[in-house]
Ligand binder design. Structure first.
Ligand code: DX5
Ligand code: ZN
Length: 217
């Protein structure tokens, strides 16, 4: 299996040197890039949108994993599809009709993901089994990198894995690093999103290797 993998969160990259950051991550063995899209409304921070993602797409073959922390994602979905996102994840708290948008994402040829904030019960998404390809469990409040892992996230990942079985890729996002990976690894997490624990290191390759080995053991 191609999992578990460590997915660098580009929120923490040097935006003045995005191309060289992408090359460094490719050389470090990354297989996907996690792209945090923030609109200053669903979350109290602003990052980048489809124009930037399209430029990233032109420079890499890596899987582009778009995490849309935006209100009304159904209005903007087509732009993210056109920008070349391979995976598109929306927040359950932001979509009145999750079935409709998940269906649209799949019809566009991308993998469809649903994410849930730390305070949202797993029961809010359990009826979406079979309609989602990815469940992204937030282990911090979305909006900023560099926060501490919320310990209750361990039980939430376990519950997601129990409800979704092998039908979904399970991803965890927020405060992930060598210390926190062992807490959730027993629940067969597929994707470990990591910002600070990669970009704060001088060697991205060492950071990714260490975390991947931790996730596999
Ligand atoms: C938070 C984002 C995360 C974040 C991870 O809203 O979804 O992807 O950038 O950063 P770290 O790994 O520093 O918690
Ligand atoms: Zn994210």
């Amino acid at each position: 299996s191609k999992f578990p993998v460590v997915a660098p969160s580009m929120l923490k990259c040097d935006f003045g040197n995005m191309e060289s950051e992408i090359v460094r991550l490719e050389e470090a063995g990354a297989s996907l890039l996690h792209l945090d899209v923030m609109d200053g409304h669903f979350v109290p921070n602003l990052s980048y949108g489809p124009m930037v993602i399209q430029r990233v797409r032109e420079r890499t073959e890596l899987v582009l994993d778009a995490h849309l922390m935006i209100s009304d994602p159904e209005k903007y979905l087509d732009e993210y599809v056109k920008a070349g996102c391979d995976w598109i994840t929306v927040h359950i708290e932001a979509v009145p009709d999750p079935r409709e948008i998940l269906k649209r994402i799949r019809e566009a040829g991308s993998l469809a993901g649903i994410s849930l904030n730390p305070k949202t019960p797993v029961s809010a998404i359990s009826s979406l089994k079979g309609l989602v390809d990815i469940v992204l469990v937030m282990s911090v409040e979305p909006g900023f990198g560099g926060q501490s892992f919320i310990p209750e996230s361990v039980e939430r990942v376990a519950e997601v894995r129990e409800v979704f079985g092998e039908t979904a890729i399970v991803s965890i996002d927020g405060g992930i690093g060598p210390q926190t990976i062992p807490l959730v690894a027993p629940h067969q997490v597929d994707v470990y999103v990591a910002g600070s624990s990669i970009f704060d290191q001088s060697s991205y390759a060492d950071a990714i290797r260490e975390m991947t080995e931790t996730a596999q053991s």
